[in-house]
Design a protein around this ligand. Structure first.
Ligand code: HPA
Length: 255
């Protein structure tokens, strides 16, 4: 085993959090960090807002690994490459995985800056990290009902609006057309993005308990008069990060 792999294990964290676009400020006072470049199996990120390192933090007395930066299918990476981070974390002993993303709101009641806990997903990427394995994975409780309850209760206690809904994963990188947005609404999706789902499938295949969150960065195409920009997504993420930090501290205090 390489020195860095051992170092990640020595952190003895049970919980890891993968951070989406613009959410890096959730990481506070890291004790130690290891760059993704230290792991030969991890591909390099190419999108602004994705840093590319694992950071060890103490959150409410629990050791937590923050994965700052991920790669996406739309960058041209394979489903295996996009989920290599999850396998590295599993190898380091992670049992609980929290995935976050920036997403477009499809539910007209949602407002930019609000958080949605993911209750289920629609995999519309057309691919899967399990391709080639003939692994017929059960996804009936992909998003842990126990963790969903814990986060909903904590949000209520500390007065944070926490929406709940279905996340639709698209390949991207272009944002949706207004017609696609109407389709996604009809399919029962509440938020749309371009990440997370491959990681969740991989994590469940490895037996991890999963929770997922979408930061509603903008209203999806056609639902507001503004045009979509990556800068807007990053800016909203930065502002919503503080709410998520509070929520996380509260849940981890209770877990
Ligand atoms: N659509 C897809 N992905 C996104 C969006 C969106 O509107 N906002 C942030 N990520």
């Amino acid at each position: 085993m390489t020195k860095t792999r051992q170092q990640l294990r020595n952190w003895q964290a049970e919980i890891a959090i993968i951070l989406g676009s613009g959410l890096n400020s959730i990481v506070q006072q890291p004790i130690e960090s290891i760059d993704y470049t230290e792991f030969s199996e991890l591909p390099r990120a190419r999108v602004p807002g994705h840093a590319g390192k694992f950071s060890l933090c103490d959150v409410s007395g629990k050791s937590v690994i923050f994965a700052q930066g991920r790669v996406h299918l739309y960058e041209g990476y394979s489903p295996a490459e996009v989920t290599a981070n999850v396998r590295t974390l599993a190898d380091a002993g992670i049992m609980k995985l929290i995935v976050t993303n920036a997403a477009g709101g499809l539910n007209v009641r949602f407002r930019p800056g609000e958080w949605m806990i993911i209750s289920d997903h629609l995999n519309l990427t057309g691919t899967s990290p399990l391709i080639g394995s003939a692994q017929f994975l059960d996804l009936s409780n992909a998003y842990s009902p126990r963790l969903q309850r814990a986060f909903r209760d904590a949000a209520h206690q500390i007065g944070i609006v926490l929406r709940q809904g279905v996340y639709a994963a698209m390949m991207g990188p272009q944002y949706e057309t207004a017609a696609e947005v109407r389709m996604l609404q009809k399919l029962g999706a509440n938020a749309v993005g371009m990440s997370t789902v491959p990681e969740v499938i991989q994590a469940r295949a490895l037996g991890m308990e999963v929770a997922g969150f979408s930061c509603i960065a903008n209203l999806a195409t056609g639902l507001s008069s503004t045009t979509l920009s990556h800068e807007e997504v990053l800016e909203t993420g930065r502002n919503a990060a503080a709410d998520f930090s509070r929520l996380l501290s509260e849940v981890l205090r209770q877990l």
